[in-house]
Design a binder for this molecule. Structure first.
Ligand SMILES: [Zn+2]
Ligand SMILES: [Zn+2]
Length: 123
């Protein structure tokens, strides 16, 4: 039997950080650049291969969240400061992305490279 995780709290800590607490008590702190880099929309992921089109490190750490809205009762939609807003992040996907030390022991590496244009795509 599949158990469904849903957020009990989506906390807008700052434009660059969103904290999500889940109904099983788990909690994670999501940097905006990290969520943006993992945007699941058709523009950011190759439809047929599932390959990501956003280069790792191409999203600046300063990228901010403009808005976050629930989609039905299964997902969240984020609007980012670079104008991108088509990503529908299902709860299941968000939970998989959880960057807390328990889920991601190696931790997140904040993008430091400034040579690339924000949100630039692989050609
Ligand atoms: Zn996208
Ligand atoms: Zn976690």
């Amino acid at each position: 039997m599949k158990s469904y995780v849903t957020p009990t709290l989506v906390k807008r800590v700052s434009p660059t950080q969103t904290d999500i607490t889940w109904n099983d008590g788990h909690a994670g702190s999501y940097p905006s650049w990290y969520l943006r880099e993992n945007c699941p929309c058709a523009t950011c992921v190759e439809e047929f291969t599932g390959q990501r089109k956003i280069l790792k490190g191409s999203i600046p750490a300063t990228l901010g969240r403009v808005d976050v809205q629930p989609v039905g009762n299964y997902a969240l939609n984020f609007r980012w400061s670079d104008g991108h807003s088509t990503g529908i992040y299902t709860f299941e996907y968000l939970r998989k992305l959880c960057p807390c030390p328990q889920c991601l022991p190696e931790g997140l590496r904040e993008p430091t490279e400034l040579g690339r244009k924000p949100g630039s795509f692989e050609v």
